[in-house]
Design a protein around this ligand. Structure first.
Ligand code: UDP
Ligand code: MG
Length: 311
């Protein structure tokens, strides 16, 4: 019996990219005909004709499977749905825009089969074609998160990876609502080989990530995999307590020695502003974690399926 390979393709408004993708992946599956392929397109509530395009392919090619969400749930939800649905012995997650080059798949497969890896992941070593400001912030983010979290996040890591069934099951077993894939992949561990490649620009359509969205995503990554900000605000509190204690002692002694001329109103206002700023900041950090906890306890589904070809 041939082993099965599941290719999971999160697709949100990708009607233009899917035909290119289908063509490429078909070539690869013909080349790797010793495996039984299935392509799972996860339509993440697209507003364009993504689902229609996928259905056309599904009619012609029984390798093509699809899941369609009731609305846009985000790529994390799409990845989870694909992993849960897939029946493969080997599973891979690939973007529909060909930024995750399918030709790497054969190398990845060989590494798993011959070299005993459980997972082969990819990272881009260049950020060609990306706005410089975005690259700058991305670099900063990886520096910060790796300091804050025990889990290693690799700069430039893509979601594109090939994994064995065991790894996929481990990922599925992580039932959190606030899913941050890069963290989840590192968290489950296993023997992972990293492949590097140069950034490739998307084949058609446009990126779904604005700067602001990426920023929020970065904060999510930090709150999902590190509690260091909480420690930070606690330390800040302690430092300011000590500082104010010293100030009290200084001011009392000064008053006792030099008397009490009324002055220093502007400095007082500055201090009040600073203190309340820091307090709000700390409460904000706590609030972030509380909000995440709140959402986790609701146990809402990560995605809702509207339509699929699975009987
Ligand atoms: N995607 C998705 N849901 C979303 C946003 C994106 O399924 O809400 C998919 C998208 O169709 C693509 C992949 O995730 O296949 C990566 O998205 P994109 O190319 O916009 O991100 P980038 O490559 O620029 O990081
Ligand atoms: Mg892309």
């Amino acid at each position: 019996m041939k082993k099965k390979m599941s290719v999971i393709v999160p697709s949100y408004n990708e009607e233009k990219a899917i035909p290119y993708f289908y063509e490429e992946i078909t070539k690869i599956s013909q080349k790797m005909s010793y495996l039984d392929f299935e392509y799972i397109f996860v339509d993440d509530g697209s507003r364009d004709d993504t689902l229609k395009v996928v259905k056309e392919y599904a009619k012609k090619d029984k390798k093509v499977k699809f899941i369609s969400f009731s609305r846009n749930f985000g790529k994390e939800g799409a990845i989870l749905a694909g992993l849960e649905y897939a029946k493969g012995d080997y599973l891979t997650i690939m973007d529909a825009d060909l930024q995750d080059p399918p030709y790497l798949l054969e190398d990845m497969y060989n590494l798993i089969v011959n070299d005993g890896y459980d997972c082969v992941a990819t990272r881009r070593v260049t950020r060609k074609g990306e706005p410089p400001i975005r690259s700058f912030f991305a670099r900063c983010f990886y520096k910060i998160i790796n300091k804050l979290s025990n889990i290693e996040m690799v700069d430039g890591a893509r979601d594109y990876r090939l994994m064995t069934r065991k790894v996929a099951d481990a990922i599925i077993s992580m039932k959190e609502y606030n899913r941050y894939s890069k963290g989840i992949f590192s968290f489950v561990g296993f023997r992972t080989k990293w492949l590097e490649y140069e950034n490739i620009e998307r084949v058609a359509g446009e990126t779904k990530w604005s700067f602001w969205k990426l920023f929020i995503y970065a904060l999510e990554g930090i709150t999902a995999f590190s509690t260091a900000p909480l420690v930070f605000s606690a330390i800040l509190g302690i430092v300011f307590c000590i500082l104010s204690f010293i100030m009290i002692v200084v001011i009392i002694s000064r008053t006792l020695i030099f008397g009490d001329p009324v002055s220093g109103w502007p400095s007082l206002v500055c201090i009040i502003f600073l203190m309340s700023g820091i307090q709000l900041f700390s409460i904000g950090i706590i609030g972030q974690y509380l909000a995440k906890t709140y959402l986790e306890t609701k146990k809402r589904p990560v995605y809702i399926i509207r339509e699929t070809d699975e009987k």
